[in-house]
Design a binder for this molecule. Sequence first.
Ligand code: DX5
Ligand code: ZN
Length: 214
Amino acid sequence: MTLVAPSILSSDFAYLADEIKKIEAGGADWVHIDVMDGNFVPNLTFGAPVVKKIRPVTKMFFDCHLMVEAPEKYIKDFAEAGADMIVVHVEATRHLHRVVQFIKDKGLKAGVALNPATPLTCLEEILPYLDLVLIMSVNPGFGGQKFIDTSVDKIKKLRKMIDTRGLSVLIQVDGGINAEIGKIVCEAGADVLVAGSYIYGAEDCAQAIAALKI
Ligand code: DX5
Ligand code: ZN
């Protein structure tokens, strides 16, 4: 069954703790935390101090998606704040292997994210070191965007790449996910679904989460 990681980007920040408890009660597996720096992406969200404050609210796995330039500068802060996994963008650092190593040295799971136009070939060397690859199915920066259809083929190719090499790297998909698209990307090989507006915009968030457990 897929793991569901609701993105708190679409939650009501004024009631962040309650919004996290709501998805936990609704059966979510991970909390997806979208960190934006207004530089790598044209938007700002939250940093490590916020992660530290919400850490005592739940025991759920904290999946921190860093949409920031030079993520190496922030790994220590997020690790100390209570992140369980840190996902960095390949487009955001010159020394990807070093950053991944840094994340693992902190005892955390390490993931790498690819923008829609970034080819899978950039994973060639780093793949064996990873716990997860995040396929962005929208251009990062905002919630509520439309799923980019060509992502399905990219997921299929990545599935093949991982399986052929006998690796156990998870495939996560982020952007424009709803129940219908969730099914399509799972068939293509996804293991973890991120959803913001679909879950937080739903009248019954537990029902929306259940619909993504495919
Ligand atoms: C986009 C973020 C996503 C976003 C997804 O930059 O990385 O995690 O919250 O939102 P939806 O599910 O609404 O597309
Ligand atoms: Zn995200």
